[in-house]
Design a protein around this ligand. Structure first.
Ligand code: NAD
Ligand code: WQD
Length: 330
């Protein structure tokens, strides 16, 4: 199939392009490079030895998006493009609502105009809010604590309503848990802007001695050791989950958790990193981070049942591959 991958130069998008190309699909990337570099597209080509069609456009630009749909016979869209920094979304809510919602609407409209029936959205486990773990797709969603999370819940609702009015539209809403790791080659991975907010990129920079020590946000949560528990998923498993979602997409709206189904605490992750890479990670316990919840992990059985997909790579591989990329990146 010819797949339009918005945000395909970004972290999850680039790994998914590799998985799509390896599965025999043709990939057309649309990215404005606001949080990525064009060199990533070359790395995808280098890894797969396949062509990638690249458009440097903003997917909130309806004319630019229409040009892509008229130049190519698109079979499906995977919509990764979006702003994703939770803290920044509190400071710049309008930028987040505009970018993340207008892009979804423009792409959905282009799909309608050009008869494209397959749409896959990057959603997030954040839409569950502080529900009881494990999170199951059938749960009622709870309010999130930030505009970023709201853009994901709203994008899901918009696509639900469009699909209700257009029964031939096939939508997959993929709720990612905590993506970490990098392609096993070390050629592509996550490149955070400035000081990382997320745990794994922070840990790799402490390991690299770019940052002095990890600050663990709270150790009195009701969890195994008091630190926050999350469901870390290797980005290549996540990428393969997209291929499975696309290959199995049928009419209507389908929601899938893409997680490993396992909870790992902050301290467990630090220990796994130390074990995997033989490097000590100094840390201190500090105040809880506002908006954090104690535990977040998936019931990942629906994707296994319906898509035949489950996460294969363990936390040790995630730590090893994150570290390899940290050492390789320019
Ligand atoms: P990323 O920032 O690495 O990738 C997003 C890409 O989209 C970037 O290359 C950026 O340049 C591009 N982009 C942003 N706005 C655009 C626009 N208007 N037009 C064109 N390109 C645009 O982020 P990521 O981690 O790869 O996340 C991909 C998607 O998955 C996002 O929608 C994000 O919200 C969602 N998600 C990410 C996580 C995570 O922890 N990384 C978790 C759950 C969901
Ligand atoms: C993981 C754990 C922290 C950094 C975020 C978004 C979510 C999704 C994924 C997009 C928590 C602790 C972290 C640090 C720490 N993104 N931590 N010290 O918050 O689960 O999820 O990214 O959709 O929407 O909210 O991920 O990696 O920031 O935190 O102790 O320096 O590590 O408290 O328990 P989070 P994270």
């Amino acid at each position: 199939m010819n797949i339009l991958v918005t945000g395909g130069a970004g972290y999850i998008g680039s790994h998914t392009c590799v998985a799509l190309l390896e599965a025999g699909h043709t990939v057309i990337v649309a990215d404005n490079l606001c949080n990525s570099r064009v060199e990533v597209v070359d790395k995808i080509k280098q890894l797969t030895k396949k062509e990638v069609i690249f458009y440097q456009i903003d997917v909130t630009d309806i004319a630019a998006v229409s040009t892509i749909f008229s130049n190519h016979s698109i079979d499906g869209v995977i919509h990764f493009a979006g702003l994703k920094a939770v803290g920044e979304s509190v400071e710049k809510p309008l930028a987040y609502y505009y970018n993340n919602l207008v892009s979804t609407m423009i792409l959905a409209e282009a799909c309608q105009n050009y008869g494209v029936r397959r749409f896959v959205l990057s959603s997030s486990a954040t839409v569950y809010g502080d529900n009881t773990v494990p999170f199951v797709e059938t749960m009622n969603l709870l309010p999130t604590t930030n505009p970023y999370g709201e853009t994901k819940a709203m994008s899901e609702r918009i696509l639900n309503d469009i699909a209700k009015a257009n029964p031939a539209f096939s939508v997959s809403l993929l709720r990612y848990f905590n993506p970490v790791g990098a392609h096993e080659s070390g050629l592509i991975g996550e490149v955070p802007n400035g000081i990382p907010n997320n745990l794994m990129p922070y840990v790799t920079q402490v390991a690299k001695r770019k940052l002095e020590k990890l600050r663990i946000f709270g150790n009195e949560y009701p969890t195994v050791d008091g630190t926050g528990v999350r469901d870390y998923i290797h980005v290549m498993d996540l990428a393969e989950g997209h291929v499975a979602a696309l290959d199995n997409l049928t009419e209507g709206v389908h929601i899938y958790n893409l997680g490993s189904g396992n909870g790992t605490s902050v301290i467990e992750l630090v220990k796994a990193f130390e074990e995997a890479n033989g490097i000590e990670i100094p840390y201190e316990i500090v105040e809880r981070r506002p908006g954090d919840i104690a535990s977040c992990y998936a019931d990942a059985s629906k994707a296994d049942r319906e898509l035949g997909w489950s996460a294969k790579r363990d936390v040790i591989s995630m730590c090893r591959d994150s570290w390899r990329f940290e050492n390789n990146k320019e």
